[in-house]
Design a protein around this ligand. Structure first.
Ligand code: PLP
Length: 370
């Protein structure tokens, strides 16, 4: 017997929310360069740390993530209450939105930027305010300032920006942060900070080397939060763990907004093991950066308008040749992230992956070669 189709309720906020589109998976043997993942397999020490926790997976994880939060607090010389963890920094972005904005409020970010922002803002009931990037594919900070209204609660600055790889310099970012009213939270999303060209800054108080303009601004301004993730440079995308540094009141409200037990003990252990393996990871990051620059160079040499990147991917604003480039890569066994009519984002994989991109571009029929 068939049941009558019931008129099930639908949250009207979801009408404007597209389903999140994961970077396409690659057929076996192809290079998956669609999700900005690390091309390197997990470190042996990380595997061992996860293995060790497997016997405990019949228990809930430690919700307060004391070990990893303690380590991060020490590293950055901040009180542990200012550090929050989430199931990837995408969950932290959601927590920060829920902590600050609701019905009728506005959240500003550049566009194109991280694809999750518009959906997360709408799910929270707030209005996304998307400010176009400038002609060089960079954040237009003046236009973002102009977009602030009495209803603005939060501004995201994705730095380096996904998918363009462009960076807002420290001085420029400081001027912006200083010009934003103190009752608006500036969230600096530094998912790719490890790949930017800047050197590590030694931090005397923490005895460790850290990088990223966001941390310094977090220290100096009362209305700044910083998002970091273990997914990209640390290669833990599959385990889902990221962290935020945020002002005390914001962090407290993030914890209320978090989904309980979202970060597993396996993820926490892997994060701690990764913090213990910074030297090993630094070598991997240097390799990815070298492949990124090689990827950029060979795209330019093949006549594609690749943008100089300080992340682990390269943006090609191919415009109406986007489908052509995407097909060329596919035919050569490379799966990248295509934004129809706008461009293609290609993650910097291993040397072999980039070899494959080079071969795919060289296979272009003569008359279409740019
Ligand atoms: C990948 C990414 C993230 C977060 O990824 P998680 O896996 O959720 O930590 C956050 N911001 C940007 C801009 C990203 O590209």
């Amino acid at each position: 017997m068939t049941h009558p189709v019931p008129a099930l309720p639908v949250n009207p906020r979801l009408h404007a929310v597209p389903a999140y589109r994961q970077g396409r998976s690659a057929p076996s043997g192809a290079s998956k360069l669609s999700s900005n993942e690390s091309p390197h397999p997990p470190l042996a020490s990380v595997r061992a740390a996860v293995q060790e926790r497997l016997d405990g997976i019949h228990r809930y994880p430690q919700m307060s993530a004391p070990e990893v939060i303690g380590r991060l607090a020490q590293r950055y010389g901040v009180d542990p209450s200012l550090v929050t963890v989430g199931a990837g920094s995408v969950e932290l972005a959601a927590q920060l939105i829920h902590a600050t904005a609701g019905e009728g409020d506005e959240v500003i970010f550049a566009w194109r930027s991280f694809e999750a922002y518009p959906s997360l803002v709408r799910i929270a009931g707030a209005e996304p305010v998307m400010v176009p990037l400038d002609a060089e594919h960079r954040h237009d900070l003046d236009a973002m300032l102009d977009a602030i209204t009495p209803r603005t609660r939060l501004v995201f600055v994705c730095n380096p920006n996904n998918p363009t790889g462009s960076v807002v310099g420290a001085a420029e970012l400081e001027r912006f942060v200083d010009a934003v009213p103190r009752d608006v939270l500036v969230v600096i999303d530094e998912a790719y900070v490890h790949f930017d060209g800047t050197e590590y800054t030694p931090r005397a108080d923490a005895g460790e080397r850290v990088r990223g303009a966001g941390l310094e601004l977090f220290r100096r301004f009362p209305h700044v939060a910083v998002l970091h993730t273990f997914s990209k440079a640390y290669g833990l995308a599959g385990l889902r763990i990221g962290y935020a540094l945020a002002p005390a009141m914001i962090a407290e409200n993030q914890r209320k907004a978090a989904v309980p037990f979202g970060v597993t003990d396996l993820a926490q252990a892997a994060a701690v093991a990764s913090l213990d393996a910074e030297e090993e990871l630094a070598a991997r990051i240097a390799e990815v950066v070298a492949q990124r620059d090689r990827l950029h160079g060979l795209l330019l040499a093949a006549g594609w308008p690749a943008v100089r990147s300080e992340a682990n991917f390269v943006w090609v604003p191919a415009g109406d040749r986007t489908a052509e480039l995407d097909e060329l890569l596919n035919a050569g066994g490379v799966v990248a992230r295509s934004f129809p009519g706008e461009g293609v984002r290609i993650s910097a994989g291993s040397a072999e992956d980039v070899d494959r991109v080079a071969a795919a571009l060289a296979d272009a029929p003569e008359e279409t070669r740019a």
